[in-house]
Ligand binder design. Sequence first.
Ligand code: UDP
Length: 240
Amino acid sequence: MEKRQELYKGKAKTVYATDDAQRLIMHYRDDVSAFDGAKLAKLEGKGETNNRINAWVMGKLAAAGVPTHFVALLNERESLVKAMKMVPVECVVRNVCAGSMAKRYGIAEGTKLAEPIFEFFLKSDALHDPLCNEDHIRVLGWATPREIDEMKAITHRVNAVLKPLFAGAGIDLVDYKLEFGHPADDPQGPLVLGDEFTPDGCRLWDATTGEKLDKDRFRRDLGGVIEHYREVARRIGVPL
Ligand code: UDP
C-alpha cells in the first residue's frame, strides 16, 4: 500500500489517497480547533494520542458487530480506512445534559437524562452545524428514511457498547458525535461508521470527581488537554 496525494485537510486530520481507490489514509495532526474553527491551537502529541484512542475504540465497536470504516493502524499518526461517501449530518447521543443542549433549553450541565437523547445536526461550519430533525433530512434530501433509521440504530448500539466500557474505567460517557457514510465499493449497501471517536468529539467526565477529560478542556481554557486525553487512554487500556 502506497501513500499518494493529499485529498482533504480538515481541522484536525488530513486525508490522503493510496494506490487502492477503496482505501484512504487518515493522518491525525496536532491541531485542535473549537467553535467551528474560530479557536485554533497546536498541542504536541495530540495526533498520536487520538490516532491510538480511535483505533482502540473502533476495534471494540467492530468486535461488538458495529460496521466501521477503520481498517488498520499504520503508524503513530496514521490509520488506514475505507474510502467513503459521507452523509452530511452529524449524530449526537447524550446520556447527560451538557454543551449546546444545556444552553438551548436552559438546563444545568450535568443533569442526568432518564434515557439517551438523540439529535441530528447538519454538517456545515458556515451555518454553525444547525440542529435539524428527520423531516429536514428527508425532505431536503440529505439522507433517505432508511439511512436515518440506520444512523439512529447504530448510534444507539455504539452507546450500548461504549457507555459500560468507559464506566468500567471510572469515566462517564456524557455525549458524543458520530458520522456515517457508504463505503465507495458498496454505495447502495448499509451505512458504516466513519470519521473518528476520540476525546475531540465526545464528553468524558471522571465518574467520581466530574473532572473533564475531553475537548472542553481546550474550549473552556482548563489546561492540561493532552494530559487528560492520555489519562483517558491509560484508564481504558490504550497502549501509548
Ligand atoms: N461535537 C463534535 N463536533 C461538532 C459538534 C459537536 O464532535 O461539530 C461533539 C461535542 O464534542 C460533544 C457532542 O458532540 O461531545 C455534543 O456537542 P454539543 O451539541 O453540546 O456542542 P458543543 O457545545 O460541544 O459545541
